[in-house]
Design a protein around this ligand. Structure first.
Ligand code: DX5
Ligand code: ZN
Length: 219
């Protein structure tokens, strides 16, 4: 089994020193930087605007994996792409035309992701699978870091893996929420190839990031 991509969520970082945090994650072996964008409307929290992403862009060459928890999402795609997002991931509930939104993301030159909440059925993927470079399965209800992994996600990962394989899709399958070294191995065994982790990466401060990332990779 190949080691998964580790995508630290900067939601769990020290917001007073985000630039340093990004450089520390890069040095510690992170694969992508996961940026959680929340609007206080689609989810009950407010986080990172495009100007912050733009300010962070010079601090690393790692891909910026931007998870948009914003509704309506369409008016924000271009701003986050211009700010430096490499991957833009959207919830199907955040706009009326998922197919059009994914096409627009690719047209902007970014990789397109779809993210499904714990209560959102996989069937949403079936008719857009050709437009998707990343499928993100939420293993918590979005809005906050530090929540517990919802166990039924493992079965959903298996079903998503089967759906992608049957469609001949090379899209990444990513999991987000409550991921730790204790459940990372099960996520990968179920078919995930990318793991988002906030708490599990940032625990112990900057000197622990490399070991925390390694623990997730080898779990
Ligand atoms: C939840 C976010 C996640 C979360 C991950 O809305 O999308 O990225 O912050 O944090 P942990 O790993 O602490 O659950
Ligand atoms: Zn996220």
């Amino acid at each position: 089994m190949a080691a998964p991509l580790i995508c630290p969520s900067i939601l769990a970082s020290d917001f007073a020193m985000l630039g340093e945090e990004i450089r520390a994650l890069d040095a510690a072996g992170a694969d992508w930087i996961h940026v959680d964008v929340m609007d206080g409307h689609f989810v009950p929290n407010i986080t990172i605007g495009p100007d912050v992403v733009k300010a962070l862009r010079p601090h690393t060459k790692l891909p910026f994996d931007v998870h948009l928890m914003v509704a309506p999402v369409d008016p924000w795609l271009e701003a986050y792409r211009e700010a430096g997002a490499d991957i833009l991931t959207v919830h199907p509930e955040s706009g009326p035309h998922l197919h059009r939104t994914l096409g627009r993301i690719r047209q902007l030159g970014a990789r397109a992701g779809v993210v499904l909440n714990p209560g959102t059925p996989l069937v949403v993927l079936e008719d857009v699978v050709d437009l998707v470079d990343l499928v993100l399965l939420m293993s918590v209800n979005p809005g906050f870091g530090g929540q517990s992994f919802i166990g039924s996600t493992l079965r959903k990962i298996e079903r998503a893996r089967a759906l992608l394989d049957a469609a001949g899709s090379k899209a990444h399958l990513q999991v987000d929420g409550g991921v730790t070294a204790a459940n990372a191995g099960a996520c990968v065994a179920a078919g995930a190839d990318a793991l988002v982790a906030g708490t599990a990466v940032f625990r112990g401060g900057p000197t622990a990031y490399a070991a925390n990332i390694q623990a997730l990779k080898s779990a």
